[in-house]
Design a protein around this ligand. Structure first.
Ligand code: ACO
Length: 326
């Protein structure tokens, strides 16, 4: 199989900025607590009439244009999200229609914050093959709409946004070198939206408890994340036969700056080897890695020929990493 790699990138953040101080007006929290515990200073919030697919479409148009392609050149649309426009049909299908990617296959991947790692791996397996020459992979979320705005333990952590890449066949020595992915469904209750699926349908009671909203055992996620992040980086590098010292930049899921710091320390790498933008956007779940990747390339921190590792962890529990040469 010819190597598949990134030939175009895009990202979109809704313009409305919500600062930590704005949360102080709504729940019993403080700028100091949020910054000290997470590094987050502000996040973006989509307007009420804006859906996940709308953010995705803007990021995707930029990625497709950067790849010097048009929407009809796209053979497959894969969306990593856990805040879809509707429970069904797929939001990827809505994106495919809005973009005008006529004839493209489209499906969602829900692996919560680690969805990007899985989506890139699946996309790279199709990119360059008959009928699916160019694959659009998008991470997009509107978490502001699935959060409980009265639950201070979760509402201050997240933000909205989208990132996208086009994967196509690239020359040898470039592209996705490998992925490592893992899950542990025993931890599925650690991060969940308890209601709205078939277990607790939308019409039942429990809504007074806020079961329709995102819930998380933060401490359990912390313990999991600080082990999962270094493990995934080491495993993907071992799989492709590369050393940590060869990595030009790590693009981690932006869940918590303290998790990134602890994980980089565990790996024995300086924090500068990890790209971070959580300060500006909070945790954008499945969108955080592609937004960070876009920014790192846009700022010229990484370029053609660089070895990049993307790593993510989250609900499921799921975790994993991709390694690629830009
Ligand atoms: N403002 C002020 N105080 C708060 C807030 C808040 N927003 N939230 C909780 N507190 C309080 C708690 O009530 C508690 O008070 P108490 O001691 O009086 O009981 C105190 O702060 C400490 O609470 P903890 O939950 O123990 O705080 P912790 O040090 O664990 O930090 C945090 C919480 C930041 C959420 C941390 O556990 C964390 O980052 N966990 C990982 C979360 C994560 O990365 N999720 C990403 C995956 S999510 C996904 O996949 C979609």
């Amino acid at each position: 199989m010819a190597p598949a790699g990134i030939v175009g990138l895009g990202a979109y953040l809704p313009p409305k900025v919500m600062k930590n101080q704005d949360w102080e007006e709504l729940v019993d929290t403080s700028d100091d607590w949020i910054k000290t515990k997470t590094g987050i200073e502000e996040r973006r919030i989509a307007d009420p009439d804006v859906c996940t697919s709308d953010l995705a479409v803007i990021a995707s148009k930029q990625a497709i244009a950067a790849a010097r392609l048009s929407p009809t050149d796209i053979g497959m649309v894969i969306l990593a999200t856990s805040s879809p426009d509707v429970p069904l049909s797929s939001t990827a299908g809505i994106i495919q229609h809005k973009l005008g990617c006529a004839g493209a296959a489209a499906f969602d991947i829900n692996a919560v914050c680690a969805g990007w790692v899985q989506a890139i791996d699946v996309g790279a397996r199709f990119a360059g093959t008959e009928g699916y020459r160019n694959v659009l992979v998008v991470g997009a979320e509107v978490y502001s709409r699935i959060l409980n705005w009265e639950d201070r333990s979760t509402c201050v952590l997240f933000g909205d946004g989208a990132g996208a890449v086009v994967l196509s066949e690239v020359g040898s020595g470039r592209g996705l070198l490998g992925s490592w992915m893992m899950s542990d469904g025993a931890g599925s209750g650690v991060i969940e939206v308890p209601a709205g699926g078939v277990r607790t349908p939308i019409h039942s009671s429990g809504f007074e408890e806020g079961d329709q909203y995102f819930q998380m055992d933060g401490r359990a996620v912390w313990s999991f994340a600080v082990e999962a992040f270094p493990q995934a980086v080491r495993e993907v590098l071992s799989k492709i036969g590369r050393e940590l010292s060869e990595v030009d930049l790590i693009i981690p899921h932006q869940a918590n700056l303290r998790i990134i710091e602890a994980s980089m320390e565990e790996l024995g790498l300086p924090i500068e080897k990890a790209y971070t933008n959580i300060q500006k956007y909070g945790n954008t779940a499945g969108a955080s890695v592609p937004i960070a990747l876009f920014e790192a390339v846009d700022k010229g921190l990484i370029g053609e020929g660089d070895l990049v590792v993307t790593v993510a962890f989250g609900g499921g529990l799921t975790w994993g990493a991709n390694a690629f040469i830009l």
